[in-house]
Design a protein around this ligand. Structure first.
Ligand code: NAD
Length: 492
């Protein structure tokens, strides 16, 4: 069924002449959208761009299908298969949209302008400028949380962007080839082949599973002499991994990891990282605490989100935001509290939901409906105004004009009646390795929990159907087939 849904081809709008250029219309408001992640792209997908002068600003000129990012770290999926160029997305919109590949460095809330900086390696004569807005949507996401723990930034790999997945893929093979070097020291082989993942949320769990698969399915065949010494450890500060899943799925994940020889160290909080070791504080069963030192070859840091400096700066400009800690506090219409004409979606917004792709996508869709409605409302209101003045000028047509006004007012009431944003949770999914997945799916008024091989097929079909475009879908499916038939590509 899910595959069937997935087969719906993204057709966008086809009635725009592809040669049309973006020409700002002084009659229309300028709507600036920051970011090209889940929130912003879901908004763009459904927004009627003919109503506004739409400008998109993002340092990334593509949308990234993040749920499959852990699969890119081992080459199970090639990174370009989960990227969709923004310009390709915009090409299909009804009215042309302006895109700037740039980093927003400051939002000047009083002057209603955004300072942007060219983030590419090649700089032209102008590399910094300002973009004014009438309406602003912030969907810039979050950065990796390090909690100020010494050595994390310098020594670990994150798993948020394509370049992170590429860095991990290179580093895994670097560790493997160095471990296989002639006469390599025995303790050094153990260190190099010890892959440590910090953070037992879905990112850490999925990555650990992918890593184990890679070794069991490919490295074992290619470099059998080192394979028995390969080890994966997952470190989590809380008593369990995947706290957002139901108890039975947590237990299932933990027992599956045991079978896969992935060691889980719960109640273990990393306090310090050096270039070769992780220092962590363990809470023992009797409540006492001890410090352990774990040597590693690759360290992946997946401990969740932190607020970006751009957002922190904006929050400092708005008195109503000073109490907020996790991001921009928004109301039930996703309006940034204490600000005029600014909305926020996704991981940079605090709307009372977990920072997931699912939430961001629904928020983006909601804003598209809101903005489409707002434009319709304005159009109707001005038509009513025009008709009302005609009523005085052309007394002969009174009945006809009055009927039109009444009908418009009725429609207006309907259009204006937009319900607040209400997140509908469809469920959570996570891959846990050896072709098994766990799923907590919202069903009627409850939850259905399932784990195993069938759930893995469901996981695959669900993610395939959620890919941005048919092109992405085909590429991902081909990557899976390719990896199955020929193994993952281990070249660096
Ligand atoms: P997370 O916030 O879900 O998990 C991070 C974990 O790191 C926490 O359990 C925390 O206790 C632990 N941690 C923090 N500091 C630590 C330390 N010093 N030592 C040891 N452990 C430490 O992070 P995530 O997995 O990156 O996910 C971020 C968000 O994205 C979440 O809302 C998640 O649900 C969502 N997400 C969902 C999926 C999915 O549904 N498949 C996949 C990826 C992300």
């Amino acid at each position: 069924v899910i595959l069937g849904v997935g087969a719906v081809i993204y057709d966008g709008y086809s009635d725009r002449n592809p040669d049309d250029q973006f020409v700002p219309d002084p009659e229309k408001k300028t709507l600036v959208i920051l970011g090209t992640g889940w929130g912003s792209v879901s908004l763009l997908k459904k927004l009627d761009t003919a109503n506004y002068n739409v400008v998109v600003i993002s340092p990334r000129n593509y949308f990234l299908f993040t749920p499959l990012l852990p699969s890119c770290t081992t080459g199970n999926i090639e990174h370009r298969s989960i990227m969709e160029p923004v310009r390709q997305i915009l090409r299909h919109k009804k009215a042309a949209v302006k895109f700037y590949e740039a980093e927003a460095t400051k939002i000047d809330y009083e002057r209603k302008v955004i300072r942007i900086s060219d983030n590419s390696d090649i700089k032209g004569t102008i590399s910094e400028t300002e973009v004014p807005y009438d309406m602003l949507v912030i969907g810039v996401g979050a950065e990796n949380a390090t909690f100020g723990i010494p050595g994390v930034r310098e020594n670990s790999c994150f798993l948020k962007e394509i370049r992170d997945a590429q860095a991990i893929r290179t580093k895994i093979m670097d560790c493997v080839e160095t471990a296989a070097f002639k006469d390599q020291d025995s303790s050094e082989i153990d260190r190099l082949l010890h892959m440590v993942v910090v953070g037992g949320g879905p990112t850490g769990v999925e990555f650990a599973g992918e890593l184990r698969d890679f070794f069991d399915e490919d490295i074992k065949k290619l470099i059998p002499e080192i394979s028995p010494r390969f080890k994966v450890t997952l470190i989590e500060a809380l008593p369990t991994v995947l706290p957002m899943f139901s108890k039975q799925l947590i237990d299932y994940t933990e027992s599956t990891f045991k079978e896969e020889h992935i060691e889980i160290k719960t109640k273990t909080m990393v306090k310090k990282v050096t270039d070769k070791t992780v220092e962590a504080q363990v809470t023992n069963p009797d409540g006492s605490k001890s410090i352990i030192t774990i040597p590693y070859g690759l360290l992946v840091w997946a401990t969740g989100n932190a607020v970006r400096p751009l957002i922190k700066d904006l929050m400092s400009q708005i008195p109503a935001q000073r109490e907020s800690r996790r991001g921009l506090a928004v109301n039930e219409y996703l309006v940034v509290q204490g600000a005029r004409d600014i909305w926020a979606v996704g991981d940079c917004a605090v709307a009372g939901y977990a920072p997931t792709a699912q939430v961001a996508a629904q928020e983006g869709g909601f804003l598209a409906r809101l903005f489409n409605n707002m434009a319709k409302t304005e159009e109707m209101e001005s038509r009513i105004k025009e008709l009302s003045s005609n009523l005085n000028l052309k007394p002969g047509n009174t009945a006809e004009i009055t009927a039109e006004i009444e009908s418009l007012e009725k429609q207006l009431r309907r259009v204006k009646d937009i319900k607040p944003f209400n997140y509908s949770h469809q469920g959570s999914l996570a891959y846990i390795g050896s072709e098994k997945a766990v799923a907590d799916i919202a069903w009627l008024n409850g939850n259905v929990a399932s784990g195993g091989k069938l759930t893995y097929l469901f996981w695959r079909s669900a993610y395939l159907s959620m890919c941005f475009s048919t092109r992405n879908r085909v590429l991902v499916a081909l990557d899976w087939i390719k990896a199955k038939l020929y193994g993952r590509d281990v070249s660096r």
